[in-house]
Design a protein around this ligand. Structure first.
Ligand SMILES: *Cc1c(COP(=O)(O)O)cnc(C)c1O
Length: 381
């Protein structure tokens, strides 16, 4: 029989532990998806998402009934038509996923790449902008722990007339995101990453400019389920489109409220300080930053190069037996790095202190937990 451990510690780059208020909201009794109370709840979610993404006051926001990848797919399905030129910034596996999806919706894909562990260079984007209908970029590349320079790229794209799609899965909700100010047209995330809500919802935001572009399409959106028109029927006009997962909406609403109450600036500070404390604690063991340039480091996914001879798989298995989940590298970085998640509820000292205690024991390394306590002391509670 499946029996989950009550105190499992998730240090993965998603999913993250469910926020206590979201967990509580999950036990509310079911309501219908057309219930007036649910529409009131949805309106609050839409308003809070405008704050989280930093949109124009009238921007369309909604939850899609699926994970972050559905948010990604919906952007291409709605805003790309066959034959469009789409420039995709691909410096990791989620950038590659974007390119794959754009291609499936008929885009002619141009790739701008960067070596693994390095950010996309804005000048490389500028050099390939001619005739482009859309630029797509992952803000925080989870596969390598790299932060791409979205504000700089947005500045270049804004003047070109192309739409800008940003994967905000590892950033929105954990730090201020300025969709309107930067000039982002479409952004999405997944509920289970920075907001610590259960997986199964993709919060999206669409700029007025992008919605106008969508409305001028020559062809029907090939993906009925996420057609913005159908979504607007439900989220704005309150007519039936599909049965939304109401219980997930309850939990998402609670988690997003909690994030905004804490404040995005405060959350950003919490992540930065904790990341610093973890790195400082592990450095004497031979762990070091995988991403060379400090400005290219994604604060919410701490990518640490493993010490020489470190038994990656063995140690992670031993940690798993102690109810601690840690994620290694992906593809070319497998066995080379650990990716420690600092999103939402995993970005607190307590779960990382538990990791230090376990490593102290597994590696026979005295004083690790004490060093961690010292590093976080006074800066975080
Ligand atoms: C997790 C993730 C996704 C995909 O989200 P799913 O919820 O797994 O579908 C997309 N982009 C980035 C950057 C991610 O970290």
């Amino acid at each position: 029989m499946f029996e989950p451990h009550p105190e499992h510690i998730l240090l993965t780059p998603g999913p993250t532990p469910i926020h206590p208020r979201a967990q509580q909201a999950l036990i509310r009794p079911m309501l219908g998806h057309m219930d007036p109370e649910v529409f009131a709840l949805n309106s609050e979610i839409q308003a809070d998402l405008r704050v989280m993404y930093g949109t124009e006051p009238q921007a369309f926001t909604a939850l899609l009934a699926g994970t972050g990848s559905l948010g990604m797919e919906a952007g291409f399905a709605n805003l790309v038509e066959a034959g469009d030129e789409v420039l995709v910034c691909a410096n990791g596996s989620f950038g590659s996923r974007m390119a794959e999806m754009a291609g499936r919706y008929g885009a002619r894909v141009r790739l701008v790449t960067a070596p693994l562990g390095e950010a996309i260079r804005p000048q490389d984007v500028a050099a390939h902008l001619d005739g482009v209908n859309m630029v797509a970029v992952v803000h925080g590349e989870t596969s390598t722990g790299v932060l791409n320079p979205v504000p700089e790229i947005a500045e270049l794209v804004r003047g070109s007339g192309a739409l800008l799609t940003v994967d905000a899965v590892t950033t929105a909700g954990m730090e201020p995101f300025h969709m309107a100010e930067w000039g982002v047209d479409y952004a999405y995330t997944g509920a289970q990453k920075c907001l610590s809500a259960p997986p199964g919802l993709a919060p999206i935001a669409v700029s007025e400019r992008a919605f106008a572009r969508f409305s001028a399409r020559r062809t029907k959106v090939p993906l009925w389920y996420c057609d913005l028109e159908g979504l607007r029927d439900y989220w704005v006009d309150h007519t039936y489109h599909h049965t939304v997962p109401v219980n997930l909406h309850f939990a998402f609403h609670a988690a997003l409220r909690a994030a905004l109450e804490e404040g995005l600036v405060e959350r950003q500070r919490r992540v930065a300080l904790l990341g610093q404390a973890i790195t400082q604690t592990l450095a004497p063991l031979g762990f070091s930053h995988y991403v060379e340039r400090p400005q290219d480091r994604l604060p919410t996914v701490l990518a640490l190069r493993l010490p020489d001879g470190f038994d990656d798989a063995g140690i992670r298995q031993a940690l798993r037996r102690r109810e601690i989940s840690v994620t290694g590298g992906l593809g070319p970085t497998a066995g080379v790095i650990w990716r420690l998640g600092l999103m939402g509820e995993s970005a607190h000292p307590a779960p990382y202190r538990a990791l230090m205690v376990a490593l102290e024991d597994l590696l026979g390394e005295r004083g690790l937990a004490g060093r961690f306590d010292e590093a976080v002391h006074g800066v975080l509670v």
